[in-house]
Design a binder for this molecule. Sequence first.
Ligand SMILES: *[C@@H]1O[C@H](CO)[C@@H](O)[C@H](O)[C@H]1NC(C)=O
Ligand SMILES: *[C@@H]1O[C@H](CO)[C@@H](O)[C@H](O)[C@H]1NC(C)=O
Ligand SMILES: *[C@@H]1O[C@H](CO)[C@@H](O)[C@H](O)[C@H]1NC(C)=O
Ligand SMILES: *[C@@H]1O[C@H](CO)[C@@H](O)[C@H](O)[C@H]1NC(C)=O
Ligand SMILES: *[C@@H]1O[C@H](CO)[C@@H](O)[C@H](O)[C@H]1NC(C)=O
Length: 450
Amino acid sequence: MKILYFFIIFPILININCQLLPPLPALNLSFLDQSLALIFPIIQNFKNTITLDPFGVTQSWTGPDICNYKGFYCDNPPNNSSATSLASIDFNGFQLSAPTLDGFIDQLPDLAIFHANSNNFSGTISSEISNLPYLYELDLSNNQFIGTFPMSILNIHTLTFLDIRYNLLTGIIPPQIFVQNLDAFFLNNNNFIQKLPDNLGSTTAFYLTLANNKFVGPIPRSIGQAPNLLEILLLNNLLNGCIPYELGLLKKAIVIDVGYNMLTGPLPCSLGCLESVEQLNFAGNLLYGQATIITTPLNEFVFSKAIQRNKHLGIEIDIRLIKFPAPKNDLPEDSERPAAAMMKEPLEQLIEECRPNCLITDMFLPWTTDSAARFNIPRIVFHGTSYFAQCVGASIKRNKPFNNVSSDSETFLVADLPHEIKLTRTQLSLFEQSGRRVDCYPLFHQSSDP
Ligand SMILES: *[C@@H]1O[C@H](CO)[C@@H](O)[C@H](O)[C@H]1NC(C)=O
Ligand SMILES: *[C@@H]1O[C@H](CO)[C@@H](O)[C@H](O)[C@H]1NC(C)=O
Ligand SMILES: *[C@@H]1O[C@H](CO)[C@@H](O)[C@H](O)[C@H]1NC(C)=O
Ligand SMILES: *[C@@H]1O[C@H](CO)[C@@H](O)[C@H](O)[C@H]1NC(C)=O
Ligand SMILES: *[C@@H]1O[C@H](CO)[C@@H](O)[C@H](O)[C@H]1NC(C)=O
């Protein structure tokens, strides 16, 4: 979709020397077109309500040459090609303050475009704007509008672009807005509080932004039917329930962001069908995949308590136990028979049965790499120490910077880290210093090898 901004500014044919004319009344001014004479007092009245104009744009709003006022653009109206009237207003970034737009834009009958991003207009949005027969772009974003969603917008059948984000609007948005022929609908950063309407998927919009409000309830399943959606932003609301399978039907969507809600459940496999997606965000939700924890009987209670805590959130985690033949003790006493040999077979039986996508195991279970490889799945290693410590250790092992200093107290730099980390030889363990493999650490070395 393209949003075309079409400003045709008509050359002013009549040369009026403003200085020679009295400023008011309008009767004595010579206007390019009768329609401009009619809106002259409306603009002047609005100008008188402006309380702040930091860039002095309203200084140009004098005299009959309305088409050259800063922010005002003329064109011939659709129903009379020989007339000239006010077709569009672009106040973007003017930072004007006024208590209301009532009596202004709703009284400009030929207005097709009104853009007022980043001003300080307040009050409610006039219900009279539905009287504007040609209005197709309305941008009131980043102002101080209060009140509820302006229902009169539902009666502007020509509207294709509606941007009311960054205001103080509250209440609910009417479901009918989703059957209006909008190309773009932005209402993020307001205070709308409601369940998302079930007919949301009826929208013809290419861009739909509902982020940073207080929408609750599930993402409607109808979303999959939205024919045009390229970007849908639902982040930072209070949405809950599972992510609907139908989200994966948005074949054209490039950006889907439902982050920072309270969505739960697993990611639907339909997401694999998103053909065009470039940004997909589910962060900050309560999602889970099906997980199974494998442990030994004595450790079961450690996990079962935590699992129990999350059950009410609908998070189901299985525990499976690997039993040892040793009757009294958990792990085998018999040091001649390494635990690995005894656990490998039952673990692989479980992998065979559960068919996981990956295996996450403790660093001291290096042999599980082979088990994972047998089933062609990755093994992710869990290290109790921090990632930082791992990086320092790996760098020292690789670069042996301790060989480069003349005393135990001289510092050396740990290479390849984003920050400058300095150590002395005395801060290293013996086996790190020697670079040798100390006999009591074979398992450690095995587990830290890639
Ligand atoms: C309009 O302008 C004429 C001179 O051009 C002047 O004589 C007349 O008083 C003005 N009328 C008003 C209502 O100001
Ligand atoms: C169209 O506009 C011109 C210029 O304002 C006007 O003279 C003419 O009467 C209008 N035509 C109709 C059909 O209203
Ligand atoms: C054109 O439309 C405007 C706005 O609705 C209206 O005021 C005007 O009378 C119409 N003119 C013609 C010639 O239809
Ligand atoms: C908007 O107006 C409020 C007071 O009504 C003022 O505090 C604020 O600084 C204004 N913002 C801008 C961008 O002018
Ligand atoms: C050892 O010191 C030299 C000279 O200071 C330096 O160029 C080299 O990078 C150092 N090597 C290591 C492994 O730190």
